[in-house]
Design a protein around this ligand. Structure first.
Ligand SMILES: C[S@@+](CC[C@H](N)C(=O)[O-])C[C@H]1O[C@@H](n2cnc3c(N)ncnc32)[C@H](O)[C@@H]1O
Length: 433
């Protein structure tokens, strides 16, 4: 797309085109245009991030509002996004109206200039007719595609679905995993200590400019994401240096870092080269010695290895992380869930194949879909050599409501609302008989 340089809105258009029209993730779209992004100053970068993320998070609302003023649908994907950029600024970013209209119309390329009057007129209608759409803004029904909304309502009921949606409509906080003795370095950031020992920053500068980042004193990890590795560690209390643990789907390495710092001998496996590069950077920053294996875990059949435990953080739909990654909302398809659950089952079966008798498997996904969580866990228990290692409420502070009757964990994003919510995760722990 030949769009002029150093214009924040024009840059957003380019990124959003990739995300919404080419199914590229936000982080990958940013990598593609990294050099151009680096030319913006910090304030502009912040604005770009905010505009893109707000637009994606509120896309369902924005589309509905635009449709009120269209006589027939707009087919041109670029113009659709230009309009969305304008509406996101008017309604959600509180950009002054003249800038929302004039500067947005200004990013329309000469080739598409016939659309300028239409975009101008619609944005002005949005500015002048709030009462037409206030009911849309105030409803929780427009955040998600219908198939996800209806699925959640079926699985969790209307009330819980509403609570989940309200919790994921807001920006996520930054959670940091750090030794308790070090938390004082974040004192001036008004950091909150969470029940699991993470600290949460409500407002922060660039991550790499936070104190002791380069020294590797801490790493970024959602509070809920710390729980699976802790549940595994609860089963390996002695002689950790001599115990071999496999992190089967490890990159970018958050959970491996937890395991390595506890003194275990860890093999971190992942099949994705790019994600492994990020993992190596993370391990190096944290000064951790590591064993990384770049392979498909399903084909990894070690001989003569005494594997005490496997952490399987399987690839999943990510529906528990919509708040952090709103782009997933629009990329997921209904059919993905069944495909992913087949892969998850294969990965779990393979874990038991290579694990020693008496060893532990912790299975986890950052999803709130039963097909990827509880159904998988129940199905694997039908195999003869596997028994459940029930998770107790003492192991996960202040998350009692997440423990299922069976002894699995299903965290929903609106739990810990008093601290500002957390990512949704399913976790089950098993032992090989
Ligand atoms: C949910 S992410 C893991 C996040 C990671 N555990 C952490 O805490 O930072 C899932 C990972 O599984 C990897 N993966 C998916 N299928 C795999 C396979 N068959 N073998 C190895 N890695 C796989 C993906 O590349 C991805 O990095």
């Amino acid at each position: 797309m030949g769009i002029k340089k150093n214009n924040t809105r024009a840059f957003c258009l380019k990124i959003l085109y990739k995300i919404l029209h080419k199914n590229v993730f936000f982080s990958d779209a940013l990598i593609k245009y990294q050099n151009e992004f680096d030319e913006f100053n910090d304030n502009d970068k912040k604005y770009i991030y905010q505009l893109v993320v707000t637009l994606i998070r509120r896309l369902g609302y924005i589309e509905k509002i635009i449709n009120l003023y269209l006589e027939k649908p707009i087919r041109n994907p670029e113009i659709k996004i230009v309009l969305q950029i304008g509406v996101a600024q008017i309604i959600y970013l509180r950009t002054p109206n003249y800038a929302s209209v004039n500067q947005t119309v200004g990013i329309i390329r000469p080739k598409l200039k016939t659309f300028k009057p239409l975009v101008n007129a619609i944005l002005r209608k949005v500015i002048n007719n709030q009462k037409d759409y206030i009911h849309i803004i105030n409803s929780t029904d427009h955040m998600l595609p219908a198939w996800i909304l209806n699925k959640w309502k079926r699985n969790y009921g209307n009330e819980t679905t509403e609570l989940i949606i309200k919790s994921i409509l807001s920006e996520p906080y930054l959670d940091i995993s750090i030794d308790f003795s070090q938390t004082k370095i974040f004192k001036k950031f008004n950091a909150k200590l969470l029940p699991n020992g993470s600290i949460r920053l409500r407002k922060h500068n660039k991550i790499s400019s936070l104190p002791m980042y380069k020294e590797g004193n801490w790493w970024v990890q959602d509070a809920a994401a710390t729980i699976p590795a802790n549940l595994l560690l609860n089963r390996i209390n002695n002689n950790r240096k001599k115990k071999l643990v496999i992190d089967a789907c490890a990159a970018p390495g958050g959970k491996s870092i937890q395991l390595l710092r506890s003194g275990l001998n860890v093999f971190s496996i992942d099949h994705d080269k790019k994600r492994i590069e990020t993992m190596v950077k993370n391990f190096n920053r944290m000064n951790l010695k590591h064993n990384i294996i770049n392979t498909n875990f399903l084909n990894w059949e070690p001989t003569n290895l005494d594997i005490s435990a496997i952490l399987l953080d399987a690839p999943c739909s990510g529906t528990g992380t919509f708040r952090r990654n709103p782009d997933i909302i629009w990329h997921r398809k209904k059919s993905d869930i069944m495909k992913l659950s087949e892969i998850q089952m294969e990965l779990l079966e393979h874990s038991f194949k290579i694990l020693k008798v008496g060893g532990t498997v912790v299975y986890t996904v950052c999803s709130i879909e039963p097909e990827e969580g509880i159904n998988i866990a129940k199905k694997i228990l039908n195999l003869p050599n596997i028994k459940l290692s029930k998770i107790t409420s003492e192991e996960i502070p202040k998350l009692k409501e997440s423990i299922t009757n069976e002894g699995f964990v299903q965290i929903l994003p609106h739990y810990w609302s008093e601290f500002g919510g957390l990512d949704g995760f399913f976790i089950a722990r098993f032992e090989k008989k």
